[in-house]
Design a protein around this ligand. Structure first.
Ligand code: UD1
Length: 417
């Protein structure tokens, strides 16, 4: 298993390009199954997760060719609506095949994802919504087996869910009649999926209350190109890293509108940020001021940047609080940040971080994608050597993170094992 060796402290300077959004491209890839065709996705990040999704599509009968950051996906011969435990358990987003399978084949056999590193992550909203659309569903042997011609209906999610909104949108484009999703997710990745499906020929829009209205039985196109939106979580990670290590960094290929709350929080914490259309520059000169966050659905502060914010607050000039309202158990990074010298206490889903002046390198372990990112950031700031093991987690969500940080002047090397 590869490791990162970081020699700190580092200051970050220069410019890099942010890749396409992992959480946008994964459902786009499964959406290609809906209608037999040849689709080109551009600005695709080459990640463990996008490669895993390519493998899953190939198991279903698709062909996936990769040219640099473009995926050419041919779904003409897909014939097997099945997603096995081996793949779904390594990447929960594999569950995004459920909606497309029901759309195209009117049947699906998909492994239930189970828990994840930081606790339970149920899929009950997906299942109840499909049942309401008329699917017959059996949960046996760890699999969901679904079948039936779907009918449009009114779906009201108890909580706004990115995955359930995406899956039901993809299921509904071929259903009989109109589906309305109330309390739908507002994340930019969902709007990206909506744009992709509409480009494919679907008829989806949001009403004035942000409910998603999907007219079924679409007539689809079978050949087009589509650009994936920039990854707001990757961009936020590099911004927080700059705030922590100090320096001046320009990020190209970003959508600043998707980062509003993160920009606000970083400005409150003392960074200067200059925004252009598709780029932004962050400059940080001083020790960060303490700023509280609580994670919320979009446009609130994203849970996927909670661990990175905690790394930043661990060296703030005072105490701050972080509340994770989306995943109340998502705190495995605390014990690892403490190994580097952070002072953090946790009460239920509320972490109190007492900022310290310095961190000192140590051996630490990645536990999930974003927790790993927080360790990289903290390791870049810390004095002396930090060794991060199990970095396959970070490879799931960040393309060549060490090359990008090296380009900004950081001393970070991958040790291959
Ligand atoms: C997506 C993102 C993930 C991000 C999360 C929240 C992808 C591939 N992953 O995950 O990176 O952290 O959004 O922004 O896009 N819930 C239920 N029942 C369900 C579904 C969800 O109770 O059937 C709950 C979850 O436990 C959680 C909340 O709803 O508390 C939101 O989860 P959801 O938006 O569905 O997250 P994912 O789509 O799995």
């Amino acid at each position: 298993m590869d490791k990162f060796l970081i020699k700190g402290p580092n200051r970050l300077n220069g410019s890099i390009s942010i890749g396409g959004a992992k959480n946008a491209v994964l459902p786009l890839m499964t959406a290609c199954i809906i209608h037999p065709g040849k689709y080109i996705l551009n600005n695709v990040p080459i990640l463990r997760d996008t490669i895993t999704m390519a493998k899953l599509l190939e198991m279903v009968g698709a062909q996936v060719e990769i040219y640099k950051n473009s995926f050419l996906i041919n779904t003409k011969n897909c014939n097997k609506p099945y997603a096995p435990y081996d793949l779904v358990s390594t990447m929960r987003a594999s569950f995004y095949v459920l909606g497309p399978f029901m759309s195209r084949f009117k049947e699906a056999q998909v492994s239930l994802p189970g828990g994840c590193a930081w606790g339970p992550r149920p899929v009950d909203f997906h299942i109840k919504a499909l049942e309401k659309m008329g699917a017959q569903i059996n949960l046996t042997d760890g699999y969901i087996k679904a079948s039936g011609r779907l009918k449009g209906t009114n779906i009201i999610f108890d909580k706004s869910s990115v995955g359930a909104t995406g899956n039901i949108m993809m299921a509904a484009v071929n259903a009989k009649g109109t589906t309305k999703i109330e309390n739908s997710a507002l994340e930019p990745e969902i709007d990206c999926l909506m744009n992709f499906l509409n480009t494919m020929g679907a008829n989806i829009n949001r009403d004035s209350n942000n409910n998603i209205i999907i007219k079924g039985e679409s007539k689809f196109r079978d050949n087009f190109e589509f650009d994936v939106i920039p990854d707001r979580i990757e961009a936020g990670t590099f911004m927080i890293a700059t705030a922590m290590c100090k320096g001046k960094v320009k990020l190209n290929n970003v959508n600043p509108n998707h980062l509003s709350i993160v920009i606000d929080k970083l400005i409150q914490s003392g960074s200067n940020i200059v925004i252009n259309n598709n780029s932004l520059t962050i400059e940080s000169k001083n020790r960060p001021k303490p700023v509280d966050i609580d994670t919320l659905i979009y446009p609130g502060y994203p849970t996927d940047l909670q661990a990175q914010w905690m790394a930043l607050m661990s060296i703030a000039n005072g105490s701050s609080k972080i509340i994770d309202n989306i995943y109340t158990d998502r705190f495995t990074h605390i014990a690892e940040l403490e190994r580097l010298g952070a002072n953090i206490s946790l009460n239920s889903n509320i972490a109190t971080i007492n900022g310290v002046k310095s961190l000192k390198g140590a051996q630490v372990m990645s536990t999930d994608i974003r927790a790993s990112a927080s360790l990289v950031i903290a390791g870049l700031f810390a004095d002396k050597d930090t060794e991060i093991s199990r970095i396959y987690h970070i490879d799931r969500g960040y393309e060549n993170i060490e090359n990008k940080f090296s380009k900004l002047g950081a001393k970070i090397t991958r040790i291959k094992k």
